[in-house]
Design a protein around this ligand. Structure first.
Ligand SMILES: NC(=O)c1ccc[n+]([C@@H]2O[C@H](COP(=O)([O-])OP(=O)(O)OC[C@H]3O[C@@H](n4cnc5c(N)ncnc54)[C@H](O)[C@@H]3O)[C@@H](O)[C@H]2O)c1
Length: 293
């Protein structure tokens, strides 16, 4: 089966990155969000990222125009998926929202279309079960920022067919990503490790053991991470990290995955990290400024 047209649901941090790399690889992309302002923000992010490549001489203006010309912003869900060969979903990490959306998508997307979720933690089998094509349902977990990061973690649900896996491996290769294939489990392989690690860094702050900048410096230099855990938490989005932690506790029935109270409090205050301008750092100036807790 050949994939030509891709619908990307969500124009946020992940959705706009996925739309970008798919259009860059030559796919026709429809990018859907629920309000025009989110589509505009997503398109502006793609344009800015491509222009960064232009300054570095990695891409020409003609190529940028062609890539942007292959991305159609769409508000109506039905319109976005009605002629898609592949639907990639990158909407918020809320189980109810994802299940409702997949139920709708299944009614309108062509019968042959493969459905892929970029969820960070939620069961692929549970989402597949609200569709009439569980064998065509799969997890396609990208990493942030999508144009930069080299991996797609492919997740097989209970009913996902080998043919669906093969198509998604081929699409991932075409957009320049390496893949790993893992089985269904909350958080799959990568976030099973990452989310508890990031939460533990927040516990360190909450308990007054280290400052934000010292915790990041310690892990960067001491463990050779490319960025500290609190900087990474701000990149991921504090709301997303909290949704995943709560989902882990529900699924594993194990309190070791619990989110720190500080994380919940920050999300309630709207401090979501880079995307809201404030998280463990304040992003309003030229340089991120660590917050004192
Ligand atoms: N942030 C990360 O580092 C990361 C990494 C891998 C996977 N993910 C996963 O990707 C998904 C999206 O995360 P994000 O960081 O891009 O979040 P985000 O908040 O930046 O973007 C979500 C977007 O979805 C839109 N949206 C809400 N309901 C919608 C609907 N019904 N249809 C279409 N769009 C809708 C929102 O308006 C928003 O623009 C989540 O499942 C998250 O767990 C995130």
């Amino acid at each position: 089966m050949e994939i030509k047209k891709i619908a990307v649901l969500g124009a946020g941090q992940m959705g706009n990155g996925i739309a970008h790399v798919c259009a860059q690889a030559g796919y026709e992309v429809k990018m859907r969000d629920i309000e025009q302002k989110f589509l505009d923000k997503g398109l502006a992010a793609i344009t800015k990222n491509l222009e960064r490549g232009l300054k570095k001489g990695r891409i020409t203006q003609e190529e940028i125009d062609a890539i942007l010309g292959r991305i159609e912003p769409v508000l109506d869900l039905g319109d976005s998926v009605k002629d898609a060969d592949l639907v990639i979903e990158a909407i918020p990490e809320i189980v109810k929202l994802k299940l409702e959306t997949w139920g709708e998508v299944d009614k309108t997307a062509p019968e042959h279309a493969i459905l892929a979720s970029n969820t960070s933690s939620i069961s692929i089998t549970q989402m597949a079960a609200v569709t009439n094509r569980p064998e065509k349902f799969i997890g396609m977990h990208f990493f942030n920022p999508v144009p930069v990061m080299g991996l797609v973690e492919i997740i097989k649900g209970q009913a996902t067919s080998d043919e669906t896996v093969k198509v998604i491996e081929d699409v991932s290769a075409k957009i320049g990503k390496e893949t790993v294939l893992v089985n269904e489990a909350p958080g799959f392989a990568v976030n099973r490790l990452l989310v508890p690690a990031l939460n533990e860094a927040v516990f360190v702050i909450q308990e007054g053991i280290a400052t934000v900048e010292d915790m990041d410096k310690a892990i960067k230099l001491g463990l050779n991470w490319p960025m500290g855990p609190l900087t990474l938490m701000d990149f991921v989005g504090l709301d997303t990290a909290l949704y995943i932690s709560d989902y882990f506790v529900d699924e594993f029935k194990d309190s070791k995955y619990r989110a720190p109270a500080l994380l919940r409090k920050m999300v309630r205050a709207g401090w979501l990290g880079r995307k809201s301008g404030r998280g463990f750092y304040d992003y309003s100036g030229d340089e991120p400024k660590p917050i004192r807790f």
